[in-house]
Design a binder for this molecule. Structure first.
Ligand code: NAD
Length: 333
């Protein structure tokens, strides 16, 4: 049998960069496409296109001659970014997904995995920190909090209709807060685990005794380590499960607890200063019943283990940045 050829869109981003490496380890030929090359290390892709998937011609070139597509490209970031760029995110991500799926159809790509998000779930089911874990069918009636989630829902449906009308085997995964090394950790697009690691590392390395937390810190989430994410999506791609499926951890923690775990890993005692800031929904957790049933598997890496690996990498980044520009990395107090 000839070697499987895989396209990863968003291959310059956090999950895409790791996924390319994992697929190469599986023995596949891999093409990556992204607006940018990976920021934190060279790609392992056989072929890497720097291209804009909002352009249909770029999407056609990227999907040519491949057996499967992992569609990860998106304009995205943490709550700070998602809650303040609705028009841009809806516009960019809709174009990316309309173009990529249509180009895959035109090029006769048989299999396509779309990366959706827990942000599709309705705000009214996430008003309590002690939230009931979200099942896949909780997505309807729909009321995502942000344009980011609405676009994900539309693209999920696009995948469903392309499967029904054109026979392309689409898979849809809803990620719940994936984190790990080699992800954005500063600049405004970083998500909570990376931001927390950065804040704790700066406090530790500059001798501060305090970190800032957005809101009262009692909002809850679950966090899934990147290695489990990679294992889950490759299993899903190989499966015959056609409906959207959650992929995340189901251990609920508060943001305050997340801060305490990171501080313990760093070996420092820190006070928390609660400041106004975007917090997203009050509570969110993943119901993994379908995941266990369909994939015979669920995430394994503990939060402490995943954060230890992530913190070590981010502390090295902060250390390097402080050595170059201490005034920038260490905020004035
Ligand atoms: P990321 O921001 O690190 O990677 C996304 C990549 O897409 C970036 O490298 C970006 O340059 C690229 N991109 C943006 N616009 C593009 C365009 N017009 N053309 C080509 N490339 C473009 O994000 P990530 O954390 O790796 O997320 C990957 C996917 O998983 C995204 O679809 C995201 O919405 C989804 N997701 C991630 C999480 C998470 O916790 N990380 C949670 C839910 C869903």
């Amino acid at each position: 049998m000839s070697m499987q050829r895989t396209l990863v869109t968003g291959a310059g981003g956090f999950i895409g960069h790791h996924l390319v490496t994992a697929l190469k380890t599986d023995g596949r030929w891999v093409r990556g496409v992204d607006l940018v090359e990976p920021q934190y290390g060279a790609t392992d892709a056989d072929d890497f296109l720097v291209a804009d998937l909002r352009d249909p011609a770029a999407a056609r070139a990227a999907t040519r001659g491949v057996d499967e597509v992992y569609a990860l490209a998106a304009d995205m970031g943490g709550m700070g970014y998602i809650s303040s760029h609705h028009a841009l995110i809806l516009h960019n991500n809709a174009l990316i997904n309309l173009n990529t799926l249509e180009a895959a159809r035109q090029n006769g790509v048989p299999r396509y995995l779309y990366t959706s998000s827990a942000c599709v779930y309705p705000e009214f089911k996430q008003t309590d920190a002690a939230v009931t874990p979200l099942r896949e069918d909780d997505a309807y009636p729909a009321q995502p909090q942000d344009a980011y989630g609405w676009e994900k829902l539309i693209s999920e449906r696009l995948c469903m209709h392309y499967r029904e009308d054109y026979g392309i085997e689409t898979r849809v995964v809803r990620f719940h807060n994936i984190f790990g090394p080699l992800g954005t950790w500063d600049g405004g697009r970083e998500k909570a685990p990376a931001a927390m690691c950065r804040k704790v590392a700066i406090a530790k390395l500059t001798g501060q005794r305090e970190i800032e937390i957005w809101g009262d810190g009692e909002q809850t989430r679950s966090f899934c380590y990147i290695d489990d994410c990679l294992e889950g999506i490759r299993r899903l791609m190989a499966s015959d499960h056609r409906e959207p499926i959650n992929l995340g951890q189901d251990r609920l923690v508060t943001i305050n607890q997340l801060a305490d775990i990171v501080a313990a890993i760093a070996g420092v005692a820190l006070d928390k200063r609660h400041v106004p800031g975007p917090q997203g929904v009050r509570g969110r957790n993943s119901d993994n019943t379908t995941l266990r049933e369909v994939l015979g598997w669920e995430p394994r890496v503990s939060l402490e283990e995943g954060l230890a690996r992530t913190y070590g990498w981010i502390e090295r980044q902060v250390r390097a940045q402080l050595a170059v520009a201490p005034a920038v990395a260490a905020p004035a107090r």
